[in-house]
Design a protein around this ligand. Structure first.
Ligand SMILES: Nc1ncnc2c1ncn2[C@@H]1O[C@H](COP(=O)(O)OP(=O)(O)OP(=O)(O)O)[C@@H](O)[C@H]1O
Ligand SMILES: [Mg+2]
Length: 243
């Protein structure tokens, strides 16, 4: 379980997040929905400690992450995978090396064992072996997203964070990414945290939802309890929240 208490973050004196409280339960798909520029990416970066909060706390399974030593944090970080909106693949590595790097750096597995895991991950996301020697710039956006998911899965995390996982993808890849997010919950019991401004995606995949607006969480709960009025209040008239 992830517990967030009174989390605050400002940049240059401008408050971006104010007193955020959240509880994310084991094995759920938890979506943070909010309009563009309202702090969704900042919030998940705080959760995985890519950013430091000004105040407030974040704990994983009862452990406050700010109290962990670097070594303890690195240990905990093995349980976390983060899929950036931009995918953040290493441009100078081919797909095989993008996928195997983590295992080469952090395990003592043989080349053969690592290669078996790479193949398993690439098949899991519905890609073929022919992609392994390609570089990110040779891939479509949908393929990049799938490779980013394969790279996350190979870590065998307990928590997986997705920043706008379907943004900019065609319909076929959107369907595939949704299927992958669901199967990681169902088949390997991952806890998934998704941030998006896409209402359709939120309704499609979530178990529970937090609505983020003007620096604050304005609703947390079951998606079935979200009313049209709440959604209308979340977005300004004419704002693009679909794609
Ligand atoms: N490193 C930073 N330095 C200064 N300001 C920042 C920084 N990161 C984010 N911000 C500001 O914080 C606010 C929230 O940004 P954030 O990227 O979290 O929004 P978002 O909800 O993810 O938007 P989008 O849907 O467009 O991705 C914005 O006003 C942004 O300019
Ligand atoms: Mg963002």
């Amino acid at each position: 379980m992830i517990e967030v208490r009174k989390l605050c973050k400002s940049f240059n004196g401008k408050k971006v997040l104010n007193k955020i409280d959240l509880e994310i339960r084991e094995n759920e798909i938890f979506t943070i929905l909010g309009p563009s520029g309202h702090g969704k990416t900042v919030l998940i970066k705080l959760l995985v400690r890519l950013l430091e909060p000004d105040s407030g706390s974040i704990s994983y399974d009862g452990q406050d992450i700010s109290s962990l030593s670097k070594r303890e944090f690195n240990e905990m970080y093995k349980k976390i995978a983060f899929i950036f909106q931009s995918n953040a693949l290493f441009d100078y590595l081919d797909v095989k090396d993008n996928l195997s790097l983590y295992k080469k750096l952090h395990t003592k597995l043989s080349e053969k064992m690592i290669m078996d895991e790479v193949l398993e991950a690439i098949h899991f996301v519905g890609l073929g072996q022919d992609i392994l020697n390609k570089f990110p710039e040779e891939l479509s956006e949908g393929m990049k997203k799938r490779v980013a998911i394969a790279r996350a899965v190979i870590k065998l995390p307990s928590y997986i964070f997705y920043d706008e996982p379907t943004l900019g993808l065609d319909q076929g890849n959107i369907v595939k990414v949704i299927e992958l997010i669901r199967s990681l919950k169902k088949d390997v019991s991952l806890t998934s945290i998704v941030v998006t401004h896409n209402i359709h995606l939120m309704f499609e995949i979530s178990d529970r939802v937090a609505l983020l607006k003007d620096r604050e969480i304005v609703f947390v709960g079951d998606k079935d309890n979200i009313s049209n009025v709440m959604l209308q209040n979340l977005y300004e008239k004419g704002e693009d929240y679909e794609l």
